[in-house]
Every structure is written in structure tokens, then in C-alpha cells.
Design a protein around this ligand. Sequence first.
Ligand SMILES: Cc1cc2nc3c(=O)[nH]c(=O)nc-3n(C[C@H](O)[C@H](O)[C@H](O)COP(=O)(O)O)c2cc1C
Length: 184
Amino acid sequence: MTTLLLLAHSDFTASRANRALLAGLHDQSGLEVAELYALYPSGQIDFAVERERLLRADRLVLQFPLCWYSTPPLLKHWQDAVLTPIFYGEPDTAALTSGLPVLAATTTGGPSASYRPGGPAGTIDELFAPLRATARKCGWLWQPPFALHDVRTLDDAALTRAGEDYKSAVLSMPMLERRLEAVT
Ligand SMILES: Cc1cc2nc3c(=O)[nH]c(=O)nc-3n(C[C@H](O)[C@H](O)[C@H](O)COP(=O)(O)O)c2cc1C
């Protein structure tokens, strides 16, 4: 069983929060991490590689620091480069991913108060409406998002606890139920 984690951080070497979240998953069997900015520094995503990676996945995690209230540009580009050809051109491939559970996990510099209902930024659920709609369009199973706020104020112990919470969120995701082809 493979958990595919697409990590989209434009400067992961300088990361504290996303690094801590990922550290929480270090002992997870079947975890495949694709660090998009490291794999594709020029921004040219390899469709064939990413298509196969997606087809291996029994669950999908999108992890990124919030970037202007949205995903970092390379994760948006992954949607354009990978999802567009599959979901508008390869119905058989698309069908193979039907029911894929997907979790969006983000870190924010802003405090949780900024993301409260009616707050200045709107809630994370509201901000992730395009991702949720994309997941639905793809026939995927949208999971409640994971968010870690105010990350610059968090000490190492708090980051370690966040990594443990993240691990629980990932472990509680269902797995893709693959339909077995009838043998005739
Ligand atoms: C270009 C850019 C845009 C950002 N946009 C937001 C934002 O919209 N909301 C927010 O709360 N934080 C924003 N931040 C702060 C990052 O989310 C924060 O630095 C990151 O989550 C820290 O994670 P890390 O320690 O893994 O780098 C932004 C940071 C950068 C560099």
C-alpha cells in the first residue's frame, strides 16, 4: 500500500515546519515522497513519471506551505501537467484513480485567528475550495485538511507534536479500494 506525498516547498532546505511534519512520518512503511521543487527545479514536470507515480498511490497527500492563500506555483503546475492530460484525455487512466483519498496539508505564517470562520483570510476549508472541487472532479475522496498555523512561533517541541498529529491524520486516511478486474 503506497501513500504518495507530493511535497511542494520552494526552499525545503530552509524549512522548519514542513520538515517537522515530514519527520513525523519517517517510520511510515509504503510512504513515497516526491519533492516537486527538487525533482523539477526548471519547472518542467515529467508527465510519464508523475502519471505512474499517481497510479501507484493508494492515498495522496499534498503538503505545502500556504503561499498567497493558495498552493505554491509548482503544485498548481502539477495539476496542469498531470491532471489535465489524464482527466481530459485518458478516461481509462482516470478511472484507475477513482476513489483515491486525498489530504491537503499546509503550514501558515499567519495565526490561527486569521483563518477562523469570518476571519480576515477565510477558513482553510474555504481557501481550499478549488482543491476540493478538483478532487471531486477527479472522483477522489476529499479528506478534512490538515493545517499548522503561526509556525514561526512554534518551538521544537511544538513542531514535534505537530509531526505526531500529522502522522495521525495521514494514518487515519482510508486507502483506495481497487476494483479487481473479473477474470474470464
Ligand atoms: C511567497 C510567500 C507567500 C506566503 N503566503 C502566506 C499566506 O498567504 N498566508 C500565510 O499564513 N503565510 C504565508 N506565507 C508564510 C509561509 O506559509 C510560512 O513561511 C511557511 O508555512 C513556513 O513553513 P516552513 O518552515 O516549512 O518553511 C508565505 C510565505 C512566502 C515566502
